[in-house]
Design a protein around this ligand. Structure first.
Ligand SMILES: [Fe+2]
Length: 184
């Protein structure tokens, strides 16, 4: 919980962090948690990212895009969906909807999540980009995510057999840095 005795620490100079650029975001994740003690998990994220996994978590997830346009892919009842989120726009992914945020270089945005509780479980999934079938689904305790996610993603990308669709035999390519084709 945010400490009410420390009001100064409750102000975050987001614009200044953006201007500081990549230096303010050490590490491969390019993400910074702004309120580590709050009930909200607020993360400032820069692009590019490179991923083809989908994430399923037990709470709604809010995207506020600040600079540049990102694409958030989701798997919904009606099928796959690609949503562009432009600067100044909010977008919410409902709890339980598989989502994959794709961020081009130079983009900046905030992600607001509900902080996980003990016992929460989340999923990481990969879908075939040829037939849409599920290739792999991994379930893990939310408390393990920070430590386990990196090795899980690396292990999947390194293993062509795991990236091969059991339905159609297509091999899901390893992801490169995301670039946005707004016509796609
Ligand atoms: Fe497939």
């Amino acid at each position: 919980m945010t400490d009410p005795a420390e009001p100064a620490s409750r102000i975050v100079p987001v614009e200044r962090l953006l201007k500081a650029g990549a230096d303010a975001f050490p590490g491969a994740l390019a993400a910074k948690s702004l309120y580590p003690d709050s009930q909200f998990e607020v993360i400032l994220v820069r692009g590019p990212n490179q991923r083809n996994d989908f994430h399923v978590d037990p709470y709604d997830e809010l995207f506020l895009q600040m600079e540049g346009t990102i694409r958030v892919d989701t798997r919904e009842e009606g099928g796959p969906r690609r949503q562009l989120v432009r600067p100044g726009e909010l977008y919410v992914v409902p709890a339980g909807v598989p989502h994959s945020p794709l961020r081009p270089a130079g983009t900046w945005g905030l992600v607001v999540e509900i902080r996980r509780r003990p016992g929460d479980v989340e999923l990481v999934e990969w879908y075939c980009d040829a037939c849409g079938g599920l290739i792999e689904r991994v379930s893990m305790a939310s408390s393990e995510m920070i430590e386990s996610l990196g090795p899980l993603l690396e292990g999947f990308q390194a293993d062509e057999r795991r990236r091969t669709c059991g339905d159609c035999g297509h091999v899901l390519p390893r992801p490169g840095p995301f670039t946005l084709d707004e016509g796609a």
